[in-house]
Design a protein around this ligand. Structure first.
Ligand code: BES
Ligand code: ZN
Ligand code: ZN
Length: 496
């Protein structure tokens, strides 16, 4: 989709659909909107006077205009209360407007920012909203939905802030395309995306983006003694891979921090010998959502060039039952040397993360963030609204939460007291891979990962509830969300 800046006055813009937004209790049609309204016979004012333009969040009011020139439609989206308005709401307005029009086979729009709101940040949010809203998981449909390809959009404001707008559009495009790249990976079924294929896709992306990249194969993984990861991988004929992508800034300072982004990429999670029930198992193709998001973030980081060095480590396996699969009660030795009793082979994500984190630290990462579709328990706790975040370092958590706010992704801090480590004591090994059945499943999973992090500042993001939408939202297709790509990019851009 082509997106540009348009400086014309609203009433003059020739477009199939002119989109703008109205706040709650905003019963005046003022400024440039009034100019536009005058050009369409005052119909907006008529609707507002009748109380039909309530401004409630994401309310859609669409008018067809029969003028000789100017827009063919005007779509006014409810923006909620004016004092709650921010770029997160703006992003959703843009996405919901595009989806509303796309469903009606409209292929082009102009999005008009309100008075004084055409900042670079607003232009970025609208651009992201439009590109994210345009995504649908229909890559395997022979016939695309009506209006599938949205062709173009323009941003119009009430002023001449062209440079700001263009800066925001360019940045928004990089970030949204990276997020959609992640969503496309997550949408792939597991027969089309094995660990080897994921590694090939990561390699191709890294080369195109100009990142350093190394793919560790099963031989190299064994040399590195990643016993926890190999235990999971051994049940599948598909060999494991570990992807390592590195972004190095132009003038790296010696002693500067190195941000490590680790993403769980289980291309399919059957549960292994502790096999999952059939119902809903097909969704376990999204168990590589953390890895997909971190790869997406690296794609944007390569283009936006933050000052900090970033290393991304994505461990990838297929978790299968079979005659070679690891069995409940098996003991594996992690790369760090810790021994792990595998009580439940379905708690495999933490096993592959353990070795990926040890490796990331060996590569020199001074700060770590991992993203993983790790537990059903986080779905119980936070549903599909918030990502659960766990940390051993409050300052890093605070930075990450600030980035989440900037990026419009909902992330909620969860506790991780020392007591939770008691839950993963094993009778015969250093630790066991599940809690002792006393609840707190998302927390004990985080406590398990903490064992491998040590003192390195770290945040763990459990995205099991948020990486996939079972039902679409006005602003998003159902299926993969690409969370937390935007937060990771913002964190890297604002690091140190
Ligand atoms: N991949 C799952 C977690 C998951 C659940 C992701 C639901 C998305 C939706 C993970 O590997 C898993 O199976 N976790 C188990 C852990 C348990 C055996 C301690 C779980 O949460 O049930
Ligand atoms: Zn599992
Ligand atoms: Zn899993």
């Amino acid at each position: 989709m082509h997106i540009k800046y348009d400086s014309q006055s609203l009433a003059k813009i020739e477009t199939p659909a002119l989109v703008t937004y109205a706040f709650e209790h905003e019963n005046r049609i003022e400024g440039a909107l009034a100019e536009l309204d005058a050009a369409i016979g005052g119909r907006l004012k008529t609707i507002a006077d009748a109380g039909e333009l309530t401004g409630k969040t994401l309310e859609m009011t669409m008018l067809h205009v029969h003028g000789a020139s100017g827009p063919a439609r005007v779509l006014v989206v409810g923006a909620g209360k004016a004092d709650k308005f921010d770029t997160a709401i703006l992003r959703r307005i843009a996405a919901a407007a595009l989806r509303h029009l796309k469903a009606r086979s409209v292929k082009s729009l102009v999005f008009a920012l309100r008075e004084g709101q055409l900042t670079a940040a607003a232009a970025q949010a609208v651009t992201e909203g439009l590109l994210l809203g345009a995504y649908d998981s229909d890559s395997y449909k022979s016939e695309k939905k009506a209006g599938a390809a949205f062709e173009s959009a323009a941003l119009a404001g009430f002023g001449a802030a062209q440079a700001e707008a263009e800066k925001g559009i360019a940045r928004g495009r990089v970030i949204a395309e990276a997020q959609n790249f992640a969503r496309e990976l997550v949408n792939e079924p597991s027969n089309k995306l094995t660990p080897r294929i994921l590694a090939d896709r990561a390699l191709a992306m890294a080369r195109e983006a100009g990142l350093d990249v190394e793919i560790l194969d099963e031989k190299r993984i064994a040399e590195l003694k990643m016993g926890a990861l190999l235990g999971v991988a051994q049940g599948s004929d598909e060999p494991p891979r570990v992807m390592v992508l590195t972004y190095t800034p132009a003038n790296p300072r010696p002693g500067a921090p190195v941000l490590g982004l680790i993403g769980k990429a289980v291309t399919f999670d059957t549960g292994g010998i502790s096999i999952k029930p059939a119902e809903g198992m097909e969704k376990m193709k999204y168990d590589m959502g953390g890895g997909g998001a971190m790869l997406g973030a690296m794609r944007a980081i390569a283009a936006l060039k933050p000052a900090v060095k970033v290393i991304c480590v994505v461990p990838s396996v297929e978790n299968m039952p079979g005659h070679r699969a690891q069995k409940p009660g098996d003991v594996v030795i992690a790369m760090s040397g810790k021994t792990i009793e595998v009580i439940n082979t379905d708690a495999e994500g933490r096993l592959i993360l353990a070795d990926a984190i040890t490796y990331a630290k060996q590569l020199g990462c001074t700060h770590l963030v991992d993203a993983a579709t790790l537990t059903g328990a986080i779905v119980v706790a936070l549903a599909n609204v918030n990502v659960g975040a766990f940390t051993n370092n409050q300052p890093l958590m605070d930075r990450l939460l600030a980035s989440a706010k900037n990026a419009g992704e909902k992330i909620w801090p969860m506790p991780l007291d020392d007591e939770y480590s008691d839950f993963i004591k094993s009778n015969i090994a250093d630790i066991q891979n599940i809690g002792s059945g006393k609840g707190g499943g998302a927390v004990t999973a985080a406590a398990f990962i903490r064992e491998f992090v040590g003192d390195t500042p770290w945040v763990h993001l459990d995205i099991a509830g948020t990486a996939w939408l079972d039902e679409g939202k006005p602003w998003s297709a159902k299926g993969p969300t690409g969370v937390p790509v935007r937060t990771m990019v913002d964190l890297a851009m604002n690091f140190q």
